[in-house]
Design a protein around this ligand. Structure first.
Ligand code: ADP
Ligand code: MG
Length: 245
């Protein structure tokens, strides 16, 4: 089932066509990589999907409904999540408290009420931490964690909102190759278990090719390839963008 359908999406910044007539779809249960060199338009695409930026042209449909022009809050409430970095002010809180905050925010979105009593129970937050392999660190302060572990907690917070589509813009930035691979493998596993869709960007080709179901390639705002890993790997245009001179 198609969950996200993007048609002729275009964003101009002054004279720059940051995203230029881009069309693609995402199906539920799909782990989809959006790749391309720096400045290709990946983040601009993400920011239009979650409502932070208004497109100049084109349409974005989520679950069959156009979401262009909706405020980010409304798009979030429909089930489009994204990962956020844990803010400095939250870093002094424990891992568990950070995930509980995520659950509270989800309850507030769903019920329009501040109803923290139920979700402040330990168990739902611990269960999310278990899913990202961080249950043992529940009572530690986030600021004491290794960088890769913070990224896992950020993932648990995003999952607290039970997204149908999760947008992850460079989730492994700053991580060592081994850590990158582990985090992306974990997200892939969660995609399968939850039948959610994830659209992610990632610089390491090895990681993308090892785990993505499908790959979309942008270059200078344009979509130049969209297909299975094997086809993308051998695509001459993709090779030129990445390895050509
Ligand atoms: P990527 O995430 O693929 O590296 P971006 O979407 O960040 O690429 O950027 C695409 C293009 O749009 C780049 O040329 C960038 O300089 C430009 N751009 C991005 N955001 C802005 C902005 N807020 N104002 C002006 N230009 C921008
Ligand atoms: Mg970017």
């Amino acid at each position: 089932m198609t969950t996200l359908k993007i048609r002729h999406l275009t964003k101009l910044f002054g004279g720059v066509r940051a995203v230029d007539d881009v069309s693609f779809s995402v199906r539920s249960g799909e782990f989809l990589a959006l790749i391309g060199p720096n400045g290709a338009g990946k983040s601009t695409c993400f920011n239009m999907i979650n409502g932070q930026l208004a497109p100049n042209a084109g349409d974005i449909r989520f679950s069959g409904r156009s979401i262009v022009g909706l405020p980010p809050r409304a798009i979030f409430r429909m089930g489009v999540g994204r990962t956020f970095q844990i803010a400095a002010t939250f870093a002094s809180m424990t891992v568990l408290e950070n995930v509980q905050m995520g659950l509270i925010s989800h309850a507030a979105q769903l019920f329009g009420l501040w109803r923290p009593a139920r979700v402040l129970h330990r168990e739902p937050a611990i269960e999310l931490l278990r899913q990202v392999g961080m249950a043992d660190a529940a009572d530690r302060a986030c600021r004491e964690l290794a960088y890769g572990d913070v990224k896992r907690v950020e993932l648990a917070i995003a999952l607290a909102n039970a997204p149908r589509l999760l947008l992850m813009d460079e989730p492994t930035a700053g991580m060592a190759p081994r850590e990158r691979n582990d985090l992306i493998a974990l997200v892939k596993q969660l995609v399968v278990e939850r039948n959610m869709a994830v659209l992610f960007t990632e610089h390491s080709m090895d990681v993308v090719f090892a785990h993505a179901d499908r790959v979309i390639v942008l270059a200078r705002g344009k979509l130049i390839a969209d297909g299975a890993v094997a086809a993308i790997r051998d695509d001459p245009q993709v090779q030129e963008v990445y390895f050509g001179t």
